[in-house]
Design a protein around this ligand. Structure first.
Ligand code: HEC
Length: 540
């Protein structure tokens, strides 16, 4: 690794680093102007349209897409000789190869790095593929960018050494012992299985060069459980104390019944990945990087309701919409998801009635609300306490044509929806069709050995299984390049996965909500009602 300078282009090194990061990620020069680049020989393009990060990704480790290899541009790789074959071997391992392959280029220096960025000629004399733009930067700007590249993914992240990768999972103190177990048992089983794998490395399979390269990427896992106590505004300092005592590479899963925001914010500020926490209340953001969620939770159900209602061929039900919102975070996120999407779709204002704390809905109070607002559709974001009122409403001639409720807010009471109300009540359901679930969830059971009581309806162990599968895929694809941003980059390049609970989990660079779907369902008539699909998985 290169020695760190104290100043770069007359600026303190850390200031230069921040400016270099902005050049790399946003294509903005230290002056604030957009960077200029030249693509395919002559056409100048604003660097903001083709930022380094859009091709080389956040960690700098590059990609392989559409037949084009975008080479790594991080400190470690730039400072080493590049080889086409077995690029991840260390120099010592390479020496022991029986057949030596020629180098693709020697290590870069400050000067040759500036040269390749300006001209496309690497220090081996090769001209780079014209896909890689040329950047004619002034000397001080070039020095700042080059300084950033040297620092980019140059050292293994905290929580990793040559033998062990340490992760933690966060549990808040209101979570029941049963729910904790539903997450911890599969996690511990996974870690044990992963760590037992080390014993096969002495076998023939790993004697080949490829096997050796793979073995060099393998690390045992160590899992810590971080328990947060007391009010959520003290969590950040508790997390800080845990992290100081026991640096970890990433947070895996985690579980809380409340808002995930304090943990999300902590991870963002410490640049600490947090993979797929078990939460119903994720932070909804287009720009945050470090926390990867399964879905937008209740918010996403509200969104699906809005899209479905708005997309109906018959516009009548959507003409006057009323949200009745039970006090609490579920109602808050369901109604926000509906409201924001409804406005985005240009469908106008939504009337809203917020129930007070502990206020329930009787047939009489529901009637009053409906007489005032005369809605054609009601979003009834309440728990099952309103079922009696809904039953009474069924016989009224001027009732709204459609009522929408959330399957998750109703929980296991969902199936007690009164028979008479089933025909006009639609249900948002963010999981795969129940009849398809058992076949897919079967694999998840392989991690449940030792669990005292299995309650599949909480979906905690199935989601834990899914996150472990995805984490494992990320580990494999990081190879030896064990940097936090690389883990998130590799997750962003995953193909669609078939895992329990969600019909599809899909990924893309910077995308942070893997499930984009939700069904609208209805309950069938009769004593044993079943969910019947009214919509496709993704409601457009
Ligand atoms: C449109 C996609 C794209 C953009 C934008 C881009 N690159 Fe590249 N870059 C590539 C590709 C593809 C290669 C590999 C070319 C080859 O192997 O011939 C590459 C190669 C490189 C190399 C040579 C690596 C080596 O080992 O020799 C460096 C250094 C580099 N890029 C840095 C940058 C920087 C810094 C930026 C932003 C200022 C940037 N790139 C923007 C696609 C891109």
């Amino acid at each position: 690794m290169k020695a760190k300078p104290k100043t770069v282009a007359g600026l303190p090194a850390d200031k230069a680093l921040a400016l270099g990061e902005r050049m790399y990620r946003e294509g903005i020069l230290p002056s604030g102007e957009p960077m200029q680049s030249v693509v395919s020989g002559d056409v100048p393009v604003a660097g903001t349209a083709f930022t380094c990060v859009s091709c080389h990704v956040r960690s700098g480790l590059g990609t392989f897409e559409g037949g084009v290899v975008t080479l790594p541009t991080n400190g470690t790789k730039l400072g080493r000789t590049r080889y086409r074959k077995y690029p991840n071997l260390s120099p010592e391992e390479r020496k022991s190869l029986r057949v030596q392959t020629p180098a693709a280029r020697p290590p870069y220096t400050d000067a040759s790095l500036a040269h390749v960025l300006r001209t496309g000629l690497d220090p081996g004399g090769r001209e780079l593929n014209p896909v890689m733009p040329r950047y004619d930067l002034k000397d001080p700007d070039m020095a700042i960018l080059v300084h950033y590249l040297w620092s980019l993914s140059a050292q293994l992240s905290p929580g990793v050494d040559t033998t062990t990768l340490r992760v933690a999972t966060v549990i808040t103190d209101e979570v029941s012992a049963e729910d904790q177990e539903a997450m911890l048992v599969p996690m511990n089983n996974f870690v044990a299985r992963h760590n037992a794998h080390a014993s096969v490395f002495g076998t023939r399979m790993y004697m080949s060069i490829g096997g050796q390269e793979m073995r060099g990427a393998y690390r045992k896992l160590a899992l810590s459980v971080w328990r947060l106590k007391g009010p959520s505004d003290t969590w950040a300092s508790q997390l800080g104390a845990h992290l100081a005592k026991e640096p970890v590479f990433a947070l895996l899963g985690g579980i809380s019944y409340g808002d995930w925001k304090p943990i999300h914010t902590f991870c963002e500020s410490r640049r600490l990945p947090c993979l797929f926490p078990i939460t119903d209340f994720p932070v909804i953001s287009d720009t945050d990087w470090y926390t990867q969620y399964f879905s937008k939770g209740y918010f996403q159900e509200g969104q699906a309701a809005a899209r479905y209602l708005r997309g109906l061929e018959d516009p009548a039900p959507a003409s006057r919409v009323l949200q009745i919102i039970q006090d609490g975070p579920e109602g808050r996120d369901l109604s926000a998801g509906f409201r924001e999407t409804w406005q985005e779709l240009g469908a106008g204002a939504v009337k809203e009635i917020r129930l007070g704390q502990g206020e329930t809905v009787s047939l009489a109070s529901l009637r009053t609300m409906l007489q005032q607002e005369k809605p054609t559709a009601v979003l009834l974001w309440t728990a099952a306490g309103t079922f009696d009122a809904l039953d009474g409403l069924a016989d009224e001639v001027d009732r709204p044509g459609v009522v929408i409720m959330s399957s998750r807010q109703l929980g296991t009471k969902l199936y007690a929806l009164p028979e008479k109300a089933r025909a006009f009540t639609w249900i948002t359901y963010p999981y795969r069709d129940p009849k398809d679930e058992p076949a897919v969830s079967r694999y998840a059971n392989s991690l449940l050995a030792g669990l005292s009581r299995h309650k599949p309806e909480t979906r905690i162990s199935t989601r834990t299984y899914a996150l472990l599968q995805l984490f494992q895929a990320g580990l494999i694809e990081m190879d030896r390049n064990v940097y936090r941003d690389n883990l998130l980059d590799r997750l962003g390049m995953q193909r669609d996965h078939i895992l329990p609970d969600f019909l599809r989990l899909s990924f893309g660079p910077g995308q942070r909500y893997a499930s984009k779907g939700c069904y609208l369902m209805q309950l069938s008539p009769g004593p044993e009602p079943k969910l019947v699909r009214k919509s496709e998985w993704v409601v457009h």
